[in-house]
Design a protein around this ligand. Sequence first.
Ligand code: SF4
Ligand code: SF4
Length: 72
Amino acid sequence: MMNKKRDVLIQVDLDKCVGCWKCIERCHHNVLAKVELPLQKYIVVDSAENCIGCLHCMSVCRYQAIRVVRSR
Ligand code: SF4
Ligand code: SF4
């Protein structure tokens, strides 16, 4: 998902995400949302426009499942 206002790109690799919610706990800008299915948990980008590109979500993910790229 792209936040064009801030030139931030957020990518979630659903094959790697285990739904541990560390990134959501770390993000204070309501960008990410939980998806809880009977056999699978993962996150989705809910409000990319709120992302400030702080990279905190990426730094707490032990599974390299989320990537935030700032182009400026
Ligand atoms: S920290 Fe990583 S593995 Fe955990 S929910 Fe977030 S993206 Fe998924
Ligand atoms: S880069 Fe910062 S603001 Fe953006 S989703 Fe990650 S923790 Fe939230």
